[in-house]
Design a protein around this ligand. Structure first.
Ligand SMILES: [Zn+2]
Length: 369
């Protein structure tokens, strides 16, 4: 009978270990040089001045109102279009910190979503013995500086499905625990943004949230494992929005859905056909904003409208194209600009270094405190 306490999601035919987490002595900066090496391989990065110029354009524009994601749909003056800057901090919190400073300097703000599963700065999974997630030390101070010193919003880049699928652990428990931990460190989180896309796990991470599952599914079958969906209640967790504003009620089952879920092409973000499908013609879910505008490389953007309201799709837009597009938005429209910090060089980053071997081939071995 004792074993029952370890059973979560039993009714779905699968037992998951409870989420186990410990604080480690390893500093979150441990992977910083690896991230820089990775950026050098990418060749998709923009100089920091590129981001500063974009922030200045938004800050100065008389017809645009820049809001954090948590206030995107709050009442706004009738003569303005509303823009939010969404930054998914997938692997690079160091550029993110510099970017929050630049926003403050331009007199605007933005939202940064911290990825609670990344080994690049948040922690690592120790798979010896029972296994536990070990949080690196010090990250919360960087996040708090972005929030308190530079007045940016910090949200959670939701990735609980990874824990079910990769570690056999309770992914919902993971989300609850990290939300509570970040808040205990003074990070005021009220919103989430799902990490990855549906083909990666077979569902979007936001489908862990009640009322947000496509076709109202209660579980996801992946590799013969049943993963519970809709187990997290946003209101109970003090969450007020999901950054995609997914319109799951629009989805109707078709064979395009299993085809879509089969996978995505390599380097999908820079694949025009994929991005048109993902952003605009997505058979799985329709995105809620009027416009999603993604920076995808070195002065390279893609602009996608809402499938039903304005199905525009502009591939390979440049800085000026994006500025013109935003400047001509009708008052009352809402646009979200997605800028991943990994695509922006920090001012102090040595981008001139030729590509080298990664600085640490071995994963660090954080010590539990
Ligand atoms: Zn992400």
């Amino acid at each position: 009978m004792k074993r029952r306490s370890y059973m979560i999601g039993e009714e779905h035919g699968r037992c998951f270990h409870p989420y186990r987490v410990v604080d480690s002595n390893t500093d979150f900066e441990v992977m910083k040089s690896d991230v820089q090496w990775y950026k050098q391989q990418l060749t998709h990065c923009n100089d920091f001045s590129y981001y500063e110029n974009f922030a200045a354009f938004l800050g100065d524009h008389p017809r645009l109102l820049v809001r954090p994601m948590k206030e995107l749909y709050a009442p706004a003056p009738k003569d303005r279009a509303v823009v939010a800057l969404r930054h998914d901090m997938d692997v690079d919190p160091w550029s993110a910190l510099c970017m929050s400073q630049a926003l403050r300097q331009a007199g605007i703000t933005g939202t940064f979503y911290v990825l609670h599963t990344t080994e690049m700065y948040y922690g690592r999974f120790d798979d010896s013995g029972f296994g536990a997630f070990e949080r690196y030390r010090g990250l919360h101070e960087l996040l708090r500086s972005m929030q308190d010193d530079y007045h940016c919003e910090i949200g959670l880049h939701l990735d609980g499905l990874k824990f079910y699928l990769q570690y056999g652990m309770d992914g919902a428990g993971c989300v609850r625990a990290e939300l509570a931990w970040l808040r205990s460190k003074g990070i005021k989180i009220v919103g989430t943004a799902a990490h990855n896309s549906a083909p990666v796990y077979g569902a979007e991470n936001f489908e862990m949230l009640k009322g947000r599952a496509v076709l109202d599914r209660r579980n996801l079958i992946r590799n013969e494992v049943s993963i519970p969906l809709q187990t997290l209640d946003e209101a109970e967790l003090g969450l007020t929005y999901e950054a995609n504003y997914p319109e799951v009620g629009r989805t109707e089952y078709s064979f395009a859905i299993p085809r879509f879920l089969l996978g995505h092409p390599p380097d999908a973000v820079r694949n025009e056909k994929w991005m048109r499908t993902y952003l605009l013609e997505n058979p799985y879910v329709c995105w809620g904003h009027d416009y999603n505008i993604w920076l995808i490389g070195d002065d390279r953007w893609v602009i996608a409208g809402h499938r039903a309201r304005d199905p525009v799709f502009i591939w390979d837009a440049k800085f000026n194209d994006v500025c013109d597009f935003l400047g001509q938005l009708e008052p009352g429209k809402h646009a979200v600009c997605h800028i991943h910090p990994i695509y922006i060089w920090r001012p102090d980053e040595n981008k001139a270094l030729p590509p080298q071997d990664p600085p640490s081939q071995e994963k660090p071995k954080p010590l539990a405190a």
